[in-house]
Ligand binder design. Structure first.
Ligand SMILES: [Zn+2]
Length: 147
């Protein structure tokens, strides 16, 4: 596991306790129950499966499979549309809700492999850039090419 003190400090990350940037790559920080071994994201204060409070912080896999996604076309109070969000099933890990890259190009499909990246949040309320973790399709990752 990465030592959080060794990670690059980025002052403008959304939910900075849930992820970091290490050598220009995003790193998700989840939890692992020391009693029943379930892996969780975000890291809870107690295990929802066995109620243990012994939750260690772990680095989660950076690749997974896109379970489902949706393109949001209406602004919310804080986010500027359009943008895509979806659920990603991490390898040996939990299902993570995240923003997605590549939806504008039509690259995303359910059951495709995606990898972790990061980028600016489409904020309506802040002119300064706020970063968040995002998943993207990648070459060789099971991307289906249609013509
Ligand atoms: Zn547990």
């Amino acid at each position: 596991m990465l030592n959080p003190k060794q990670m690059e400090q980025d002052t403008n990350r959304l939910f900075p306790e849930d992820w970091s940037i290490h050598e220009k790559s995003a790193v998700l920080l989840g939890g692992r129950c020391e009693t029943c071994s379930v892996r969780l994201f975000p890291r809870p204060t107690y295990c929802p499966k066995c109620l243990s409070e012994k939750i260690e912080t772990i680095t989660l896999p950076s690749e997974g499979v896109l379970y489902a996604f949706s393109v949001v076309r209406l602004d919310s109070t804080q986010l500027k549309a359009p943008y895509a969000i979806g659920y990603v099933d991490l390898e040996d890990g939990p299902r993570v809700l995240a923003h997605l890259l590549g939806w504008e190009e039509g690259l995303l499909k359910p059951d495709m492999r995606v990898r972790l990246n990061y980028g600016p949040l489409p904020s309506r309320v802040s002119s300064e850039s706020v970063l968040t973790y995002k998943f993207e399709a990648y070459p060789g990752g099971g991307l289906e090419v249609t013509s």
